[in-house]
Structures are given as C-alpha cells and as structure tokens.
Design a binder for this molecule. Structure first.
Ligand SMILES: Nc1ncnc2c1ncn2[C@@H]1O[C@H](COP(=O)(O)OP(=O)(O)O)[C@@H](O)[C@H]1O
Ligand SMILES: [Mg+2]
Length: 246
C-alpha cells in the first residue's frame, strides 16, 4: 500500500483537484483506491458521488479516529471513499497528535493499493496526522506571495512530522501556473530556491474545474487542451510510478 496526503494551509491551491486526479489515475491503472476526505466541505466526496448532501452525513473519515473500524462508500468510479463532513472540525478539537499515530496502522491494514488523503486548508491534526500516516506528502502551490510565506510553515510542519515518520517523502507541485506571468516567474524562482519543484507545472485552465464538475479527470474531458491533459497525466503518472494512459 502507498499512502499519499495532499497538504497546504491555504485554500484554493488545488489540493482537492490533485487528490481527485491521483485517485482517478490510480483507479484507471487498476489499483484498489481509497480516498480519505478530511475537509469539512467534503468536496472530494461530493465530486466522486455526485451527492451534494454528503457533507451533512456523519461517519466517513471521522470514523478513523473513533477506533471502531471504517465503512468506506463505493463510488460510481469504483474508488472507495471515507467522506468529509461538517463535524470533522471536532477531530482537531478532541484529538492530539499522539492519538493520531495509531491511525497509521488502522489505514495500513485496509485492503487498498493506494490511499489518497485530502486535507483542510488549516493547520491542525487533520493536516499533520496524515503526514504521520503517509509515505508521500504533496504540496500544490499557486505561485504568489502567500505561497512563499506558507511554504515556510509547511516545511516546518513536515520536519515536525518526520520526527514521528522518518521515512516521509515530500514533493512540491506548482499549480494554476500562468506561463506568461512575470510575477509568477519571480515567485517560482523564490520557491525553487527553497525546494525542488516537481515537473511539469500545472497550468491554470478552466477545463480542470469543468472536468471535476463532470466527475472525470481532465485527461478524459473532451474540451481540455492537449497540453493540460498531458501535464496532469505526467504529474499523476510520475507520482504513481506508472504512466496514465492516453
Ligand atoms: N490548474 C487549475 N486550473 C483551473 N482550475 C483549477 C486548477 N486546479 C484547481 N482548480 C480549480 O480551482 C478551485 C480550487 O481548487 P481546489 O482543488 O478545490 O483547491 P483546495 O482543495 O486547495 O481548496 C476548484 O474549482 C478547482 O477545480
Ligand atoms: Mg479542498
């Protein structure tokens, strides 16, 4: 089993988009995939099920912390889901990092090849816990001034998580890239001075949002440009260690 978490304390940078694309890519490759959605907004689960009411239902990812086992939903794509919902805020309030450590083993015994964890845009147990459970932590960034500041915080949290999970790997991914933007270029240079950036960068393209609204990865979305499809296939294939078919 491989466990990936997608993290960034800032919202709107593409955490959920990346988590969904990775899960869909793994599914296409024939892997048994579980998506764990730790965000109260429940967007990843809503996309996978098409059920906008899902974030009002208890259980799902919250059960990971209760210690009585989990009951993933099977979504139409075949991806199993521990959905996110409004009551997940209580996890940050009620549990400490030490409580989250056993969850790692609870996940590892589940019958999946790939587990992708989507996290909320806030520093807290639901962000740090998955860093302790996972093999690979992915940080999508939009190149701007906030992300330069946010990156320092993320790197600090990652180094704290490595105390409990010494084998933790991490990757930083540029998303919402605008090729002709000189400002973005400057921010990317600043970010690249701190961390190695995974290639290729993912361009800002409305087809990404439109594809997810239709419940498909952008490489299966007819209206997406070829470049965009190739970028997302390259990123997901690179992270999964196997190509995503055309
Ligand atoms: N490369 C991109 N181009 C265009 N829209 C994108 C891209 N990446 C993400 N989005 C869209 O931007 C919005 C915010 O992304 P999301 O993945 O929900 O961010 P987060 O989970 O970090 O809050 C969503 O509507 C998503 O579909
Ligand atoms: Mg999100």
């Amino acid at each position: 089993m491989r466990v990936f978490t997608v993290t960034n304390q800032k919202g709107g940078v593409g955490k959920t988009a990346l988590a969904l694309h990775l899960a869909l890519a793994g599914q296409e490759q024939g892997l048994r995939v579980l998506l764990i959605d730790l965000d109260t907004q429940g967007n990843a689960g809503i996309t996978l099920t098409g059920d906008p009411g899902l974030a009002k239902c208890d259980g799902g990812a919250g059960d990971l912390f209760a210690g009585d086992g989990v009951q993933p939903l099977t979504t139409p794509s075949g991806i199993a889901l521990l959905h996110g919902h409004q009551k997940l805020d209580a996890v940050d309030a009620n549990f400490k990092l030490v409580d989250a450590v056993p969850v790692r083993e609870a996940i590892r015994v589940l019958p999946y090849d790939l587990v992708v964890i989507d996290t909320p845009p806030a520093i807290g147990l639901r962000q740090v816990g998955p860093m302790v459970w996972c093999d690979l932590c992915l940080t999508p960034l939009e190149p701007n001034g906030y992300s330069v500041v946010g990156l320092s915080q993320t790197l600090e949290i990652l180094s704290a998580a490595r105390q409990l999970n010494p084998l933790l790997h991490s990757r930083t991914i540029i998303n919402r890239h605008i090729r002709r933007s000189k400002r973005q270029k400057q921010y990317i240079e600043q970010i690249a001075a701190r961390v190695e950036l995974t290639q290729p960068y993912l361009c800002l393209h409305v087809a990404v949002a439109d594809a997810l609204d239709s419940g498909v990865p952008v490489w299966r979305f007819g209206r997406a440009a070829r470049d965009t499809k190739e970028q997302w296939r390259a990123i997901c294939g690179g992270l999964l260690g196997a190509p995503v078919a055309d």
